[in-house]
Design a binder for this molecule. Structure first.
Ligand SMILES: Cc1ncc(COP(=O)(O)O)c(C=O)c1O
Length: 404
């Protein structure tokens, strides 16, 4: 409905749209709906007691620091700790390479703010993370997409897309949101080489890399990029890397970070100053208190065990319940798997029926910047326990059988 305010909004505001996922989530909030829709971590793995202790300690010992304004770059001990963690993977990173952000979502927005002119082309996988499409649409981004298969972006198709002159490449190599796929080493190397050859930077978004349930760790694209240049103690390569504590501690903390060359960090800092001055000091000091002595590694171990069991429950349920012609990915980690129904079926139509049956998912089409994917859906397996997952898949299969 048009209102008196419509003509007053800036052109970029007209491009903003509310997320299909957020709108859908409003429908599935009733307690008897089993929701595979959100990207929510399991609330039962939040480190509530440990955070409680860390909060009390911080307020008792460092209250006046933790409740004060802080620097835009972030709390220095936390930046140093993140640099230290990142350096374990064989990449020279110092605190100068790190900016703390209020969630990776803010990092995506700030990157849009500093890089995207209206009409700039951004190269993404199809499907890709909806939150990035949304954040960059406001800056007037257009999209060039590269198809994906069960191993993520088909890098043999990348060169054709690079010839169209994208501003940067956006890629999620580990347990991708939404598809759950992982980019193998040879494709990562091809990606890094082609990006270097065409002089196009890469934004590597990696919220789930720590949550691997099977198989060997594969080096990050940023680490591979490092290998093709002179080693340096301060990263200055072609990749901007994002990660977050949302999936390893708790999303309510809104704590994430960017690893980038110092000149990119400096511009991001200027952009962030105009947005929120800095990320909540209290949350940063508490998170540092919590992780400074190895808690994170222990906790990630626990989360992996819990989520592996949930993933397996979902895979077993799909195997047992789904009619023939339905396919799904087998994620080695992360929070999601991706289901493809026979051609011609439309998951947004099926969604309404599914909610009536008290089960929810996200229809896949919203993850494609150029449309398509109408017969796909994203399922989250981290939020529900194995019994709920089994029951939810039964309900979902019942609905799908009506259509197939
Ligand atoms: C790929 C990807 N990037 C960024 C985000 C945003 O994460 P944060 O909670 O750190 O803002 C998410 C959240 O689900 C995500 O899946």
């Amino acid at each position: 409905m048009d209102t008196a305010w419509d003509h007053r909004f800036a052109q970029r505001t007209q491009r903003m749209q509310s997320s299909a996922i957020r709108e859908l989530l409003k429908l599935v909030n009733e307690p008897d709906v089993i929701s595979f829709a959100g990207g929510l971590p399991g609330p039962d793995v939040f480190p509530i007691e440990e955070l409680n202790k860390a909060c009390t300690k911080v307020l008792t010992k460092e209250g006046s620091l933790a409740l004060q304004y802080g620097t835009t770059e972030g709390y220095q001990p936390l930046r140093e700790k993140i640099a230290e963690i990142t350096s374990h993977y064989g990449i020279g990173v110092t605190a100068e390479n790190i900016l703390i952000t209020s969630g990776s979502q803010q990092a995506l927005d700030l990157l849009g703010k500093i890089f995207i002119n209206p009409g700039d082309k951004i190269l993404t996988e199809a499907p890709t993370y909806l939150g990035a499409i949304q954040a960059w649409a406001a800056y007037g981004a257009e999209y060039v997409t590269v198809r994906s298969d069960n191993d993520g972006m088909i890098t043999n198709d990348l060169e054709r897309a690079l010839r169209l002159g994208p501003k940067f490449i956006y890629v999620l190599p580990n347990f991708q949101n939404p598809s759950g796929t992982t980019l193998p080493l040879d494709r990562r190397i091809q990606l890094v080489d082609l990006a270097e050859r065409y002089g196009v930077p890469i934004i590597e978004d990696d919220p789930y890399g720590q949550l691997r349930y099977e198989g060997e760790h594969i080096p990050a694209v940023e680490v591979l990029d490092c290998r093709i240049r002179e080693t340096n103690t301060c990263y200055s390569g072609n990749v901007i890397y994002l990660s977050t504590f949302s999936k390893t501690l708790a999303p309510g903390l809104r704590l994430a970070w960017v690893v980038a060359p110092p000149e990119v960090i400096r511009k991001l800092v200027q952009a962030k100053q105009g947005t929120d001055l800095h990320t909540a000091t209290f949350n940063q000091v508490v998170a540092y208190e919590l992780i400074k002595n190895g808690f994170l590694e222990e906790h990630i171990h626990l989360i992996r065990n819990v989520y592996r069991e949930r993933r397996d429950a979902m895979l077993r349920g799909l195997e047992r319940e789904m009619p023939s012609g339905v396919q799904w990915t087998h994620p080695q980690g992360g929070l999601f798997l991706w289901v493809t129904l026979p051609e011609g079926l439309d998951t947004s139509e099926i969604f309404t029926d599914a909610v009536k049956e008290k089960v929810a998912f996200v229809p896949g089409a919203s993850f494609f910047p150029h449309g398509g994917g109408h017969n796909t859906m994203r399922l989250n397996f981290s939020f529900s326990n194995p019994e709920q997952i089994e029951e939810g898949i039964k309900r979902l299969a019942r609905v799908i059988r009506k259509y197939s």
